[in-house]
Design a protein around this ligand. Structure first.
Ligand code: ADP
Ligand code: MG
Length: 755
């Protein structure tokens, strides 16, 4: 049996069907590899008793403690009784209670040490464990304990359940370890050497049964590197495979001069940063293999302009280009923006239009069926040059004559499937440009988007004004809120506009993280996918909102519209915007706001991404603690887009000192999106970030931490790139090759199953 077969063996053959079933139920484990990667959370040493006081009530704990006293309490008129055992760490005490198990008195002797596991509860103000699982440590009195297996060794403490306490897990793993004692190493020897890693078999043994803490830590390092390395191998391989596809080169400046005309129509010239990024994009576009690039940049840094320019370049070289936007509001905005820049150049297909003019269309779920059909036809025949749309663009029935460039706005709202779906629409692979305004730390980009190249726009165009952010703690300083409304009045008095953002639509509606209605019922699935990706990535909301939390007390758009209209903001022109309005209503409201017919827009997060009204200078975010750090950063990017400074007020009912207050303070203290996305990541289970990894390798990452293991991820990326450059099919390392192929196949099916 080969080594990889060994790791893939079903658990029941080694540890018996009953225990195997328990592992499946508790953790979903099926194979030897699954259980071997169930790593200890920590290690404890005999004699080093667990500090009882420090264990939070309600947690599942495994503690090492000494028995202090044992007492049997009779229950009146009943047989049996309650056995009460008090254990101690030398200072604090913990009560263990066993009902009708008085016989345990025989083994639970005063002075014995043992591991006790269960849920810590509070009874009469005292910590206790009722019916704990336990394992006594053999000691001198115990004649049977001839093998003093506990003496001096480190005891692994595993994530456990009541059916599978830590020591049971330990026993099962021990059985597996004996089987794999001389398993081959998948990693090439030179990588082990250059990264100073211990062999695989030893690492597995030492992580579960360490000789000492140093060995445990060496073992973890080795196993963490494996996770990073395999992931990077898959991503780099995929990246290389994509680059080997064929696409139409787009040679900027070689066509009819449309790009020059586009530039001439821009009311500004590109910043140095935009020019630099443009060079990167242009080089990609000119190549035979497809561009596959992520363009990161703060809100307003001028990404969209570059994307539109690339689209015009594609049309100029006789291809088609599509822009996929996450919401209808945004798609419409991009469409209008493009039309206004192109002017007569966008009147292709119209009567009397000039010869070179491009035909530009907007395709969203809400446009009438007949119109849709007309656009579908135009895309198929190639008479449409540029199309901007929402998910309707990737629905069934949309075919392109020659899609050469696909721009995806706000990556976080799309999964890898959407990218693939569009790529498969065409004989030649389109160039793909993904734009995101949520800054992603380098190693996250390397892991979550590891198959894309990354460009960063790190400066804002000239004349952009800074945004000032303040937290308004309504609990301690309620009068500050009144001042917020006064500020809005002042700004409106100066001819400016304002946003008021609330976490939900009406007081009866459940909290929702994204309130865009699905435009096309068939695309509900795509929407769910998008939401899943969004949830897992950096623009996450705090938990409360995802599960509805104490939704009752959250500010709502409708409620505040009324309150402000009748009160603090009466006399101003106020309108609402949210996802329950029809696309037409939304569109009309946005246009009216843009043209200055509305002073104050009370809305949900529909305005979160990309909405661009330069005259808006104030934003008040109600119950701001309900939003994620990155999302708040996105939201406030809506103000200060013109020459006037922007002001963002984060209203919260959080307690001073509370974690949510700290998050808001962090947002108020910096405008650096990268810094904030770090804060965001640090506060969330990072596993989730990697879990959403577009490689689909969710279940395989147990140790890797995107921030902590930054250096290792970078090293793994380098080693993976080197190895593949030398041996693109991994033929010199067949065992590794087979492993990677299996992993890739698993991730493919994982996607199918999850769908
Ligand atoms: P992003 O897509 O990164 O949010 P946009 O491309 O939408 O940014 O640009 C934001 C605003 O800044 C738009 O109004 C755009 O016209 C303007 N803009 C873009 N590039 C420049 C520039 N180089 N100089 C001045 N204004 C610019
Ligand atoms: Mg944008």
């Amino acid at each position: 049996m080969s080594d990889s077969d060994l790791l893939g063996r079903p658990l029941e053959r080694l540890i018996g069907p009953k225990t195997a079933k328990a592992f499946e139920e508790a953790f979903g484990y099926l194979t030897v590899a699954d259980l071997l990667t169930h790593y200890p959370r920590r290690y404890i040493r005999r004699g080093e008793l667990t500090a009882i006081d420090e264990i939070p009530v309600g947690s599942e704990a495994t503690i090492l403690a000494e028995i202090l006293s044992v007492k049997v309490k009779k229950i009146p008129r009943r047989k049996g009784g309650i056995l009460e055992v008090v254990v101690t760490d030398g200072q604090a005490k913990l009560l263990l209670t066993f009902f009708n198990q008085v016989w345990r008195e025989r083994e639970l002797k005063v002075g014995r040490e043992g591991l006790f596991a269960g849920k810590i509860t509070l009874f009469n103000g005292k910590r206790q464990l009722s019916h704990p699982e336990y394992q006594l440590i053999p000691d001198g009195d115990n004649v049977d304990g001839a093998i003093d297996e506990f003496a001096g060794r480190l005891i692994p403490i595993y994530p456990a359940t009541s059916k599978l306490p830590s020591w049971k897990i330990e026993q099962s793993i021990e059985i597996l370890l004996d089987q794999i004692a001389d398993i081959d190493d998948l990693l090439p020897a030179e990588i082990l050497e250059s990264e100073k890693l211990i062999p695989y078999a030893r690492a597995l043994r030492q992580v579960h049964q360490p000789d000492d803490l140093q060995s445990a830590s060496d073992a973890k390092r080795r196993l963490t590197f494996d996770e990073a390395f395999i992931l990077q191998l898959i991503l780099v391989k995929r990246r290389e495979a994509i680059r080997r596809l064929h696409s139409h080169p787009i040679l900027v400046g070689k066509g009819r001069g449309l790009v020059v005309r586009f530039d001439a129509a821009l009311p500004f010239s590109l910043t140095a940063g935009q020019n630099r990024v443009w060079q990167e994009i242009a080089a990609d576009l000119a190549s035979e293999g497809p561009m596959y690039r992520l363009l990161q940049g703060e809100v307003g840094s001028g990404k969209t302009v570059l994307a539109l320019r690339a689209m015009v370049a594609a049309a100029d070289s006789a291809g088609q280009a599509a822009l996929l936007a996450p919401t209808e509001v945004l798609a419409t905005q991009h469409y209008r923006n493009l039309l206004s820049i192109l002017g007569p150049l966008a009147e292709g297909g119209m009567l009397g239009s000039e010869v070179d003019a491009l035909r530009v269309e907007l395709l969203t779920g809400s446009i009438p069926q007949a119109e849709k059909k007309r656009i579908h036809d135009g895309l198929r025949e190639g008479s449409i040059d540029l199309v901007i749309g929402t998910h309707a663009l990737i629905s069934e029935g949309v075919e392109f004559a020659r899609l050469d460039l696909l721009v995806i706005d706000e990556q976080h709202r799309f999964g890898v499937e959407q990218r693939d779906a569009l790529r498969e629409r065409s004989e030649n692979a389109p160039h793909i440009l993904v734009m995101t305004a949520t800054p992603i730390p380098r190693t996250v980009a390397m892991t979550v988007f590891g198959d894309l190249d990354v460009s960063i726009l790190d400066e804002l165009p000239q004349g952009r004004s800074p945004i000032t952010t303040h937290v308004i703690p309504v609990l301690s300083k309620p009068h500050f809120l009144d001042r917020a409304w006064v500020r809005i009045r002042e700004e409106v008095g100066k001819g400016r506009q304002a946003y008021v953002v609330a976490p939900r639509i009406s007081s009866s509606s459940p909290a929702k993280r994204t309130d865009e209605k699905s435009e096309d019922p068939e695309k509900e699935r795509a929407k769910q996918m998008r939401e899943r990706v969004a949830r897992l990535l950096a623009e996450e909301l705090p938990d409360g909102i995802a599960d509805g939390g104490d939704g009752e007390s959250m500010a709502s758009v409708e409620e505040f519209f009324e309150v402000l209209n009748d009160g603090a903001l009466s006399g101003l022109r106020i309108a609402v915007l949210h996802g329950r309005m029809t696309p037409d209503e939304k569109d009309q409201t946005m246009s009216a706001f843009k043209s200055g017919e509305i002073d104050v827009l009370v809305s949900t997060t529909v305005i979160e991404v990309g909405v661009d009204v330069a005259n808006a200078t104030v934003m008040v975010i109600l119950d701001a603690d309900r939003f994620g750090v990155s999302q708040l950063h996105q939201l406030r990017g809506r103000v200060g887009r013109g020459s006037e400074p922007g002001l963002c007020l984060l209203v919260t009912r959080s307690e001073e000192e509370s974690p949510s207050m700290q998050r808001l303070q962090a947002v108020a203290s910096t405008l650096d999106g990268f810094e904030l996305s770090r804060v965001d990541l640090e506060q969330r289970r990072e596993g989730n970030v990697l879990g959403a990894s577009q490689s689909g390798t969710r279940s395989h990452l147990r140790l890797l931490r995107v921030l902590e293991d930054e250096a290792m991820i970078i090293a793994a990326r380098e080693r993976a790139t080197e190895l593949l450059a030398r041996d693109s099919h991994l033929d010199t390392v067949p065992a590794l090759r087979d492993f990677v192929i299996r992993r890739e196949r698993e991730s493919d099916t994982a996607f199918v199953e999850k769908g």
